[in-house]
Design a binder for this molecule. Structure first.
Ligand code: ATP
Length: 342
C-alpha cells in the first residue's frame, strides 16, 4: 500500500510562492490502477514526481510498502527507486541507443550481468509487443512503439509500482487505447500498482479502478472510478465526466422526445455497472409484446462494468408496457418513465 500524508510542495521564487501540492492525503492499494485527473496547473506532474522524489517534498510523508521514502538518504533512495518505474509523455528515450540498449540501460546501472540482462530485455520486448524491433533506433519507431520501449525500460528492474506521467497524451486515440490495453495487461500479468496522471477522462474510464480529482494542489474528490462516473459531486468532476458521456439531457430535450410519440412511453434507462444487462433490450423484446425503439444513448465501459443512459420508446398496450417496466425495475438497471415538467 502507498500512503500519502499531508504531502506538500511549495515552489518559492523571489516574488512569489506557488503551492503546487497542498497537504494532499491519499491511500493507494497494492495492485490497483489508480488515476489522478486534473486540469493544467492542478499539480498532477508535481505530485507524481514527488512519489519517486524527482521533486523533493516541502513536507509530508510517502510510505511505500511500509517505508517512508521522504526519509531515505541518497544511497537507499537509489535502491528504492529501482522498485518504482516511470514512463513519460515524451518517452525520454536515449536516441543514440537501440530498443534493446534502451531497455538494457537500467539493468546496466543496477549492475546486472550481461547474459542475465540480455535474457531479461528479450522477455520485456516480447511482453510489450516489440519483437523484431530489437535493433531499431527510437527515430525509426512510431509514438506508440516508443512508449512501448519506455514501458519495457520502466519494468526492467521488476518494480512494484509504475508511475505514468501523461503517458498517452502525445499519442493518437487508437495508439492511446493500445497503450492503455498494454498497461491493463501488465497490471494483470505482473500485479504491479499503476499510478497515472492525466487530463483525459477517457483514460480513467478505460483502465482505472479508482480515481482522484485534483485541483489547486488538493484532492477534491476520490472514489471507485465507476462511482465517480455515476455520481460526480464536484463541478470539476462533472466537467470531466461530460468529456466522456456528453452533457446530461435537459428537460426540453426530453419533452421533445415525448412529443414525437402519440402512444406508448418514453423511458430513461440507467445502466450501472453490470455488463450482463447489455442483453436487456433483446430480452424485453422477446418476452413482452411491445415495440422498442432506441432514441438516444451513451453507454461506456469502465473497468467495473457498463455505465450510461439510454432513452427508449416502448410501444404496445398499457398493460404490456407496465409489465416490461416492472421487469426492468427488478434488474440492476434503473428505469424512469419520462414526463412533461410539472
Ligand atoms: N519548477 C517549478 N517552479 C515553479 N513553479 C512550478 C514549477 N513546476 C510547477 N510549478 C507550478 O506549480 C503548479 C502546478 O504545476 P504542475 O505542472 O504540477 O501541474 P499539472 O497539473 O501537472 O499541469 P500541467 O498538465 O499543465 O503540467 C503550477 O502553478 C505551476 O506553474
Amino acid at each position: 500500500m502507498i500512503s500519502i500524508k499531508s504531502l506538500s510542495k511549495i515552489y518559492k521564487s523571489k516574488h512569489n510562492e506557488v503551492k503546487a501540492v497542498d497537504h494532499l492525503n491519499l491511500n493507494i492499494k497494492n495492485g490497483e490502477i489508480f488515476g489522478v485527473i486534473g486540469y493544467s496547473g492542478a499539480g498532477k506532474s508535481t505530485f507524481i514526481r514527488l512519489l519517486n522524489r524527482l521533486e523533493e517534498p516541502t513536507e509530508g510523508e510517502i510510505t511505500i510498502n511500509g517505508k517512508d521514502i521522504t526519509k531515505l538518504g541518497s544511497r537507499s533512495l537509489r535502491k528504492e527507486r529501482q522498485k518504482i518505474g516511470m514512463i513519460f509523455q515524451h518517452f525520454n528515450l536515449l536516441w543514440s541507443r537501440t530498443v534493446l540498449e534502451n531497455i538494457s540501460f537500467p539493468l546496466e546501472i543496477a549492475g546486472v550481468p550481461r547474459d542475465e540482462r540480455k535474457k531479461k530485455v528479450l522477455e520485456l520486448i516480447k511482453l510489450v509487443g516489440l519483437s523484431g524491433r530489437e535493433n531499431y533506433y527510437p527515430s525509426q519507431l512510431s509514438g506508440g512503439q516508443k512508449q512501448r520501449v519506455g514501458i519495457a525500460r520502466a519494468l526492467a528492474n521488476d518494480p512494484d509500482v509504475l508511475l505514468c506521467d501523461e503517458a498517452t497524451s502525445a499519442l493518437d486515440p487508437q495508439t492511446t487505447d493500445d497503450i492503455l490495453d498494454l498497461l491493463v495487461d501488465i497490471n494483470n500479468k505482473l500485479g504491479l500498482t499503476i499510478i497515472l496522471i492525466t487530463h483525459e477522462m477517457h483514460v480513467i474510464q478505460k483502465i482505472c479502478h479508482r480515481v482522484a480529482v485534483m485541483e489547486g494542489g488538493k484532492v477534491i474528490e476520490q472514489g471507485d472510478a465507476l462511482d465517480v462516473f455515476m455520481h460526480p459531486k464536484e463541478k470539476t468532476t462533472k466537467r470531466f465526466v461530460q468529456q466522456v458521456m456528453g452533457p446530461e439531457q435537459d428537460q426540453a430535450f426530453i419533452e421533445s422526445l415525448i412529443k414525437s410519440y402519440e402512444s406508448g412511453k418514453v423511458v430513461r434507462l440507467h445502466f450501472v455497472g453490470e455488463s450482463t444487462n447489455q442483453a436487456l433490450i433483446s430480452e424485453l423484446s422477446k418476452t413482452f409484446d411491445i415495440n422498442i425503439n432506441i432514441l438516444q444513448g451513451n453507454i461506456t465501459q469502465t473497468q467495473e462494468g457498463a455505465y450510461g443512459t439510454l432513452f427508449v420508446h416502448l410501444d404496445g398496450t398499457n398493460e404490456e408496457i407496465e409489465k416490461a417496466i416492472n421487469f426492468i425495475s427488478k434488474t440492476s438497471v434503473e428505469v424512469e418513465v419520462q414526463s412533461y415538467a410539472e
